[in-house]
Design a protein. Sequence first.
Length: 378
Amino acid sequence: MRTPFVLAAAGLALAALSACSSEPQAGGPSPAQAKDGKITVAATDTECKVAASEISSGTSTFAITNGGSKVTEFYVYAPGDRVMGEVENIVPGLTREVIVELPPGSYEATCKPGMVGKGIRNALKVSGAHQPLSADAKLAEATAGYKRYIKSQSDTLLAKTEEFTEAVKAGDIDKAKGLYPVARTYWERIEPVAEIFGDLDPAIDAREADLENGQEWTGFHRIEKDLWIKKDVAKDGPIADRLMTDVKTIVQKANEAQLSPLQLANGAKELLDEVATGKITGEEDIWSHTDLWDFDANLQGSKAAVQALRPVLEERAPDLVKTLDEKFAGAEAALGAHQKGDGWELHDKLSKEELKALSDAINALAEPISRIASVVAK
């Protein structure tokens, strides 16, 4: 169960991150193409009204206003539910934006009230020729550099997940507990790319609270509960094998994926959203309390995406680069205060004041990171 402080921290963090995109709007507006060219999306608990069903290829900005009572998400899906762009944790009454690069084709603009299920889907046709952002040599090198980072992290993810699952299958609870946050470190660093691929991400990383009625529960958190709560993994062999298979599949797909430079920018922001809405509150690793391992991994994964884009940012927005360096240093220092040996303090050992300091540092970094996509899309 979440403590009252955890709920309050989650709300404050969500509000701060949401404010990075745009100001609140009262009620649920009717969808209309904004004067600034943004495609408005009016989301409620039962509707997802997208201003346009046909758009030109290239970069588009979607501005999603949540006029419902539930936290919602917005996705642009390509065939096979491949995620082209997303915004999670859109709290009621707020507007958040995402800039997406879409080549010609058929897509679905989707709202997910309550952040569950397949969502309310709208056909979106994209047509016409455009010059991809990666035609710019520096942006092309940025994506290539980030792909090298993903390759290095995913190789280690495979090795550490294999060690973890073998310990589970051997019934070695102490060893598996020690390996759990280590394997997840490499998963969390590549998650923006991993999330592109439909149902694989929830199969690997779904929490018990995320499950829909009748949904099979697999992955890291299923085993986490058995390790720390049941203290018995005798029946977890098939779950461990499924986890290893899913990780192998997603690593292969991640290494083969063709990324847009905007996916680097959006991914850097998504990782901070993950910290603000899960790691800070303690709801990610609710039984092991190893959230700070994930916190650090998300922070470093975000930094890697920004560093890949650094030559472009230095050329187009040098003042933003200085701010990013300062805020990354602040977030790393705030987290570093809780380092313990080769790992981190457990989340349930941190005071309210310490958690607030971490939340403040992440929110201070989230604002300048939210500006990167618009710089890349110029």
